[in-house]
Design a protein around this ligand. Structure first.
Ligand code: FES
Length: 121
């Protein structure tokens, strides 16, 4: 029997001001990356040098970095409703450039990020 999933908790709309280190895990690949609480999950993924991480506007406007948070808590900045509907956000679908970890995060990549990450050579 699998372990129960930790509670999902978007903490607030504020970016943290104190720095803690957390891990960001990509569920599909099992890869994990260190991420400071003051940097976005996308920044940590891009900094890792992992091939196939799409980086666009870094401001929540282009939608290339869409993910679903499966576990962990985080704060978030405003995101374009063109790319994340209220219903999707309620299901923890967010833009990785707009979320800041408050704990270790487990992510499922979606949309363009999924295509880019699993593109065949
Ligand atoms: S990089 Fe453009 S929305 Fe995240």
């Amino acid at each position: 029997m699998p372990a129960p999933m930790p509670m999902l908790r978007p903490v607030s709309n504020d970016v943290p001001t104190t720095t803690e280190r957390h891990q960001v895990l990509i569920d599909e690949t099992g890869e994990s990356f260190g991420c400071a609480s003051t940097e976005s999950a996308l920044h940590a993924l891009a900094r890792s040098g992992r091939k196939g991480i799409p980086v666009g506007c870094r401001g929540g406007g282009c939608g290339v970095c869409k993910v679903q948070v499966l576990a962990g808590s985080y704060s978030k900045r405003a995101m374009s409703r063109c790319h994340v509907s209220e219903a999707e956000e309620a299901c923890q679908q967010v833009l990785a450039c707009c979320i800041y970890p408050h704990s270790d995060l487990k992510l499922r990549v979606l949309g363009k990020m999924q295509k880019a990450l699993f593109r065949k050579p």
